[in-house]
Design a protein around this ligand. Structure first.
Ligand SMILES: NC(=O)c1ccc[n+]([C@@H]2O[C@H](COP(=O)([O-])OP(=O)(O)OC[C@H]3O[C@@H](n4cnc5c(N)ncnc54)[C@H](OP(=O)(O)O)[C@@H]3O)[C@@H](O)[C@H]2O)c1
Length: 96
């Protein structure tokens, strides 16, 4: 007998970059399929485009959980926690 890890039989999906051009379609597909959906995105700032802010609101209204954390801040924390010498990050960002 397996031990359930969630009350839902749907798998939980996290989309990193879910507010992006491609990612929003992945989020839409995940939500439409009934998966508990999480989006990893940077905290909004005064420079965040209104379209991005609107999309976050739309996601929240659909029940999406937004995890608003900078990937680079996360890497800095990992750097400290694991006493790493170097990190090679190959993500792309286009925020001005
Ligand atoms: N679009 C294309 O035709 C295409 C073609 C080939 C390959 N790709 C690749 O597919 C990927 C996605 O493309 P896209 O066009 O959808 O990009 P995009 O519209 O620029 O979206 C980028 C996403 O990454 C998030 N992001 C950026 N920096 C972040 C950080 N430091 N921490 C957390 N989240 C961060 C952004 O979230 P926030 O701004 O909300 O924080 C946004 O959701 C890219 O790697 C791109 O090179 C795209």
């Amino acid at each position: 007998m397996s031990i359930p890890i969630s009350s839902s039989n749907k798998s939980k999906i996290l989309v990193s970059g879910g507010t992006g051009y491609l990612g929003k379609h992945v989020v839409g597909a995940s939500v439409s399929s009934g998966h508990p959906t999480f989006v990893f995105t940077r905290p909004a700032t005064p420079h965040t485009p209104p379209s991005n802010v609107h999309l976050r609101d739309e996601f929240r209204s659909l029940g999406v959980t937004l995890i608003e954390v900078s990937l680079f801040l996360s890497l800095k924390i990992l750097h400290k926690c694991y006493n790493l010498s170097s990190i090679f990050s190959l993500h792309m960002t286009n925020r001005k």
